[in-house]
Design a protein around this ligand. Sequence first.
Ligand code: ZN
Length: 406
Amino acid sequence: MIAVELGMANQYIRDLSVNIRRGIREKVRRGIYFGKAPLGYYNEPRLRTIEPHPQFFNTVKNALEHFATGEVSLTAFQKELAAAGIIGERSKKPLPLSSIGALLRNPFYYGVFSHKGEIHQGVHVPMITKRTFDDIQMALVKVGKTRHKRAEDKGLLYLNFATCGSCGFRITGERHVKKSGRRFHYYRCTHKNKEQRCENRSFVCHEKFAEEVKRNAELVVIPDEWKEKFLAKIETWEAETSQEKQQKIDTFKSELTSLKAKIDRINNGFTEGSIDIAEFKELKNPLVVQKNDLEQQIVALEGSKLKRLEPLRNWILEANKAENAVVSNNWLEMKSFLQKVGSNRLLRAQTLTVSFKKPFDLLARTTVAVRSTNDVSLQSSEWWRRRELNPRPKSTNQPRLHAYPR
Ligand SMILES: [Zn+2]
């Protein structure tokens, strides 16, 4: 009797677990994430779906978008959440940084979720766009690198900022207090290179270093006058290209339709048993990502402004913001600007040389060309001459903002 009952119980458990797995699979198939809702959402108990949290959805959304700017540290993000009342349920303390990291990497927030290594398009309301999610991933890399705050606090602003032009080693900063009580900050090569004796034996005082930083920053700024001219030009292009934009939306929409049909065929193939789970994942995952990308691109295009010119506009605004940093002697901003736009910063014989990244290298050449002449019309043509900075596709014949410098 006992054996029979045990057997029945086992069978019951086996059926139950099969049913549960089937239930989960069905849920996943319909795009419903199962399990505990991520922060900013809650599990709706009756419908068994995941819904935006009435109190915290916008808080988390704002914090994520703030973090995506790349100007917020992990701890600042943590504090921002804690200030809004998002703390550990039991600990009553700010969320640990490990959970914060997981949160920032969770693709659920832009509308998909992963189950058993497979990416699914979710039915839940996305909190952020795919673009914002990508920006967050970039910002995460960036915050991992900024760890020199303490040196800045001590006033050694340019510690670890440059490398030695002679031996390639780090330029360090030192403080020195004179007998009179005056403080001096200066920078020098660490002379750590054992194989090659460093020729660079000189010290650079803080003021001279700052002057060099400013001289370099001045090469890659856009003055207010030219900011206005460029932005006005962009606006006229945006008006001209709205038709082009509509054509693109139509193309994306037809691509989307065929993509959806493909996904349906794969789903059917799997449920009918003509393809196995491995093939299913291999075929479907990239399509789901593509589909999501397409949908986001359509949304972005349908948005009020033409996003394609945004990089150019941002570049102009960034270079103009740097101009303001130079004018107002904002040393910290000039420094981080050069770190951002310069790939290599070499110090040699009291001179700082920065290798500028694209498109700032062209801006530097333009600045030099403009400075070399006093003729206003020549200067003006130099400013209009930076063709390849224009993100416009090659197929269009419309005028460009920039031309190659000579
Ligand atoms: Zn050196």
